[in-house]
Design a protein around this ligand. Sequence first.
Ligand code: FPP
Ligand code: MG
Length: 299
Amino acid sequence: MLNKVDINIEKFINDLKDDRVDEFYKHLSSGKKLRAKLILKIADNKADKAVVLASIVEMIHAASLLHDDVIDDANTRRGKKSINALFGDKSAIMFGDILYSKAFFELCNFPLQIAKSISEAVAKLSIGELLDVELSKSFNDNIEKYFDMIYKKTASLIEASAYSAAFLAGVDSDKFALYGKNLGLAFQIIDDILDIVSDDKTLGKPSMNDYKEGKTTLPYIYLYKKLDKDDKDRLLSMFKQELNHDDKEWIRAKMQSSGALKECFELVHKLGSEALNSIEEYKNSDLEKIIKDMIDREY
Ligand code: FPP
Ligand code: MG
């Protein structure tokens, strides 16, 4: 079924009839397609429409990453050279605009509730990116601000995907929206953990890059609260700096010994359980597996 999503996206790209767009698309690396999987599993009784909705959401997600890589000045994406690295920032921004606009054109064929839910989420995710950039200016130890940002930047589109797929399927959209929201929050926290514990090859991008970029993710917020004065100062002195091997090892060791990582994992499990509780009555083992795979993933 995921293959059908790729075929459908290619069809949308072909509709645009532009050689430059075709060329950019060829260099776009395909990701895990979490949002597509979610939509296909929830709306499996409306498979054809689900494939189109999943394609739309994946195109919006890809557009947001094209812009994000320009904002973050990232050279790699999903183990391949990013579009901005290959063709420059201007092309990456415009290609993002093209994907996003075509996705919205196709979204107009869906019921208003779905179109509103997805488009509202895109406004949220853009505000989330703005918050992320703002929070990255200085060390942030405010947990509420972190959660507000990851809800908007990551969880909102996953929440809207689950809501919309449930609407298509004719099941309780609010319950599925809550599943999607908690899945999205947990997904981002796992991402933040993987940046610290994984190596470059597994991640497909440089590891321990968040802190260097000024992102005080949840493991760092928890760690900071647990450190004594000297260690707090040491951690703060590394903020937004190029980290050498010893710095990285020190952070990794403190993340383990302080229990900061453990606390993050506990929260991920709690969010996973809350996600599953909200759709308990549907007994959907595929959606249980999505939560399990998300927690166990390595990249
Ligand atoms: C990745 O963050 C970024 C996002 C999930 C959202 C980015 C959103 C925008 C740029 C708004 C523009 C939206 C559209 C539709 C054009 P990250 O940098 O933490 O993750 P990464 O490590 O994968 O880069
Ligand atoms: Mg980024």
